[in-house]
Design a protein around this ligand. Structure first.
Ligand SMILES: NC(=O)c1ccc[n+]([C@@H]2O[C@H](COP(=O)([O-])OP(=O)(O)OC[C@H]3O[C@@H](n4cnc5c(N)ncnc54)[C@H](OP(=O)(O)O)[C@@H]3O)[C@@H](O)[C@H]2O)c1
Length: 287
């Protein structure tokens, strides 16, 4: 199984990666595309990996998660798609695992064309509970949500940046790479009508601002990478399960449906979409 990170990757300084410096194995991936899904052990991230692998185009997928040996859904996919799925260990709160993944991806593929940051946390026993009042807001919860939901995905983009390249050799008109960050409608300030969930809500707002800022930098530097933010709808996963009681059945999506919709947004993304925040149905969400 390809989920162990060789020690040599751990010790190679990341600064050694230069834009455009491809390893010899890179050319063999021209024309098929390489996608990376970060936060792929379960839920929406795992479903992205499954749908990307089941596509006709035979693209390769790098799936990262905190504990590859315990990621049963990913291991099952690995049995079916052994050649096209690469599982790497990555915890967004541990920067050395992000660097190690970047180095491993460079070594194996040379570049990636699509990066999906799907990891996220809404509640954690004894650590983070969606707050119903200011009285319940704790510094530790705010910081934890911010670390996992905002800081983590941004550090992933930082380290993957030198590897993000348009797909080559396909005759594809798409001449840019795409970064898609899983946000949430509750991160919208303009759409905030209910209050509550201070930690989660504000961490997604921070993710939105950071993603928009990065999208502008890439554009200014004429680096052909587009960044978008996606709200998947309310999706039946571990994250939403404790909070589904008041969600009407027709508004609770399966992960299969939500990811189909999100992939169609990613597939259709245009240069003018850079830095935008889209809901599952393609509608733009106000900041
Ligand atoms: N489900 C919804 O209704 C909904 C609505 C709006 C937005 N979203 C967003 O969509 C994304 C996916 O949510 P989901 O519903 O699929 O949630 P989920 O089923 O709870 O999965 C969360 C994923 O994040 C990973 N993760 C948590 N902390 C991590 C860390 N420190 N480093 C790396 N990975 C970490 C988890 O890995 P482990 O298995 O290791 O814990 C898991 O793979 C999240 O960003 C979420 O905020 C979801």
């Amino acid at each position: 199984m390809n989920c162990l990170i060789p020690q040599t990757f751990m010790s190679t300084p990341l600064r050694a990666i230069r834009k455009g410096s491809f390893c010899s194995s890179a050319s063999s991936f021209q024309g098929v595309g390489v996608s990376m899904v970060q936060g792929a052990s379960r839920g929406i991230g795992l479903e992205f990996v499954r749908q990307l692998l089941e596509r006709e185009d035979k693209g390769h997928v790098v799936a990262t998660c905190r504990n590859p040996n315990g990621a049963t859904g990913l291991l099952e996919l690995k049995r079916k798609f052994s050649e096209r799925l690469n599982i790497l260990q990555l915890d967004v709160t541990n920067e050395s695992t992000i660097e190690a993944s970047a180095l491993s991806v460079r070594e194996s593929y040379g570049s990636i064309n699509l990066l999906i940051n799907a990891s996220g946390v809404l509640s954690l026993p004894n650590k983070l509970q969606p707050e119903t009042t200011l009285n319940k807001v704790q510094k530790s919860s705010l910081l934890h949500a911010y670390e996992v939901n905002a800081v983590g995905p941004i550090m992933v983009i930082k380290h993957m940046w030198p590897l993000l390249k348009a797909r080559e050799g396909t005759g594809d008109e798409r001449d840019f790479a795409v970064v898609a960050n899983l946000s949430a409608r509750v991160g919208s300030i303009g759409d905030n009508r209910l209050g509550g969930w201070h930690s989660y809500r504000s961490s997604k707002t921070a993710l939105n601002q950071l993603t928009k800022t990065i999208s502008l930098e890439f554009a200014r530097k004429k680096d052909p990478i587009l960044c978008i933010l996606l709200h998947p709808g309310t999706v039946d996963t571990d994250l939403s399960r404790p909070f589904q009681r008041n969600v009407p059945q027709e508004k609770l999506f399966t992960k299969e449906f939500s990811v189909q919709k999100l992939l169609s947004i990613i597939d259709g993304v245009k240069r003018s979409d850079n830095g935008k925040f889209f809901a599952w149905d393609g509608q733009e969400i106000p900041w």
